[in-house]
Design a protein around this ligand. Structure first.
Ligand code: ATP
Ligand code: MG
Length: 522
């Protein structure tokens, strides 16, 4: 049978019909009810003329409506285009026109982002708002529309496993987002491998912290659904709400960016909420320093699991060592290993290569670019053959991430190629410098970029958010970094800021920091 994603959903509805599929904003639905709603949605989409290969976009936080969209769109062979909720109206115009989206579903609270640019949408034929509001009075309202559809299963079109199931636009951390074409096979095999590594089962309750429009939040529903786990929606990332939901629903697993986990820690230290044990936190998106891993494990008592990946590979390719494998190791060594991106997942080949494509020595020191060959590697960038050819060469995905690899094959991400600081001919990892700054008690958040230096070419400069109730000077932080790091890696300047610019999934956007730095020096 072809590896198509609705198998996962069919299985959950058949085996776990009476079990809670999702709880969101006080509403609970079982898998059977979800199945019925998905059938109605699929019938509605057919009625709107959505056929195999047509694009359907979603602009919504992590809600029930968003989750059912996944399966409803696949039932009719459609391609899901989940939209980042933190873009500007014109960005939506670009993505919706570029993807040639036919139907757009919008959460009522986000409708204001679409209303002003409606007349610029060239291909969207229908906008459906998840709940009726005054502002969206002219649009179709989802619940009424859904209720008017048949709940009989739709005739499914023939789907090949290599057909596209989603167009995911990249985070835009480094520039304009690109549309990544992922196939049913990509997501199917990625889900099988990931559910194994994360030990997903029907006893899991997954809280949607990472946005579902982001590749990591997007892939997760497949493996939690396939196993009949319960999913909890989350409209907005708020530490209090997260701690409350974890407790109320006995959440067992969450995925988030380290910046979000940092927010949770900060909240915990201030308010000491009740923290249930037994939670696995899957950390993705950027490398956390070992000191951070230690704080999470000691204070929250949650299992910290680091993964590495990118939209272009569905996303995950490596995972840090997790329980059983780590039992018996000294705590410090454990935390050092967990702060690494880890070992390739099953079915993923990961190499670290130099400019000539030769593997760098496996000594944990030599730096090269990470390349990946796996079931997860995308079909290509949508309508951008040039970028596809530059990124996938001889079957290998060139990630643009620089790393070292140790004798056992553990990958440690050093930096993005674009973020590495080259000072006096030496490569400096901005991540390593940030890690040193995070050890200072007054540092809440730090991001390091390269700035020009007369003598050394470039030098590290830090943007720092100070922890509430603390003070620290630029000189003190420079001296601190010189204590912690080889002198050529130490920062030479600090810009104090109230917050760091972040993508919706919580990644720090260094492009904006560079711009800010240049603006400040005129
Ligand atoms: P864009 O490609 O639009 O600039 P982006 O690269 O941030 O945005 P994503 O595909 O969401 O978009 O993110 C993938 C990137 O995130 C990786 O290429 C890598 O740089 C970073 N990343 C992911 N996991 C880790 C990790 N465990 N450690 C360090 N960096 C990571
Ligand atoms: Mg990228």
């Amino acid at each position: 049978a072809p590896l198509v994603l609705h198998h996962f959903f069919d299985r959950a509805v058949a085996l776990y019909g009476d079990k809670t599929a999702m709880i969101c904003s006080g509403r609970t639905v079982t898998y059977r009810e979800l199945g019925e709603r998905v059938s109605r949605l699929a019938n509605g989409l057919r009625g709107l003329g959505v056929r195999k290969g047509d694009r359907v976009a979603y602009l919504a936080p992590n809600t029930l409506e968003m989750l059912e969209g996944f399966y409803g769109v696949f039932e009719v062979g459609g391609v899901m285009v989940p939209l980042n909720t933190r873009l500007k109206p014109d960005d939506y115009v670009f993505i919706l026109n570029h993807s040639e989206t036919k139907v757009l579903f919008v959460d009522q609270e986000l409708y204001g982002l679409i209303a002003p640019v409606k007349n610029k949408l060239e291909t969207v034929e229908e906008i459906i708002v998840h709940h009726k509001t005054e502002a969206a009075i002219d649009e179709t309202a989802y619940e009424e529309w859904l209720a008017a559809q048949s709940s009989a299963p739709v005739p499914r079109p023939m789907i090949d496993e290599n057909d596209i199931c989603s167009l995911l636009y990249t985070s835009g951390t480094t520039g304009n987002p690109k549309g990544v074409m992922l196939t049913h096979r990509n997501n199917y095999l990625h889900a099988l491998v990931t559910m194994h590594h994360l030990r997903v089962s029907d006893r899991d309750t997954y809280l949607h912290v990472l946005p579902m429009f982001h590749v990591n939040g997007w892939g997760a529903p497949f493996y939690y659904t396939a196993n009949g786990a319960t999913q909890i929606g989350l409209r907005k990332v708020d530490p209090k709400v997260i701690f409350d939901l974890v407790k109320e629903h006995q959440v067992t697993v969450m995925h988030m960016a380290p910046t979000v986990l940092n927010m949770l820690l900060q909240y915990y230290e201030q308010y000491q909420p009740d923290v249930p044990e037994g939670v696995r936190v899957v950390i993705a998106g950027s490398a956390p320093p070992p000191a951070f891993v230690a704080r999470v494990e000691e204070k929250l008592g949650w299992e910290f699991i680091q993964v590495y990946g990118m939209t272009e590979s569905s996303p995950l390719s490596t995972i840090s060592l997790i329980r059983p494998q780590l039992d018996g190791l000294p705590v410090e060594q454990k935390q050092r290993l967990k702060a690494k991106a880890g070992y390739p997942m099953i079915g993923c080949e990961v190499k670290v290569v130099d400019e000539n494509g030769e593997e760098v020595p496996k000594n944990g020191r030599a730096i090269g670019e990470v390349i990946v060959r796996s079931h997860g590697v995308m079909k290509g960038y949508w309508k951008n053959e040039e970028a596809t050819a530059a990124t996938i060469r001889d079957g290998w995905l060139y990630t643009g991430d620089m790393a070292t690899v140790d004798e056992y094959g553990h990958i440690d991400i050093v930096d993005r190629k674009k973020d590495i600081i080259i000072s006096g001919g030496e490569n400096i990892s901005s991540i390593e410098v940030e890690g040193a700054l995070y050890e200072h008690p007054a540092v809440l958040e730090a991001a390091v970029i390269a700035v020009p230096h007369e003598k050394w070419g470039e030098t590290p400069h830090a943007f720092v958010v100070v922890r509430p109730g603390h003070t620290v000077s630029e000189e003190e932080l420079i001296a601190f970094s010189r204590e912690k790091l080889a002198h050529f890696k130490a920062i030479t300047g600090v810009t104090f800021v109230d917050e760091l610019p972040k993508t919706a999934s919580g990644k720090i956007q260094k492009v904006h920091l560079r711009r800010q730095y240049w603006d400040a020096i005129g």
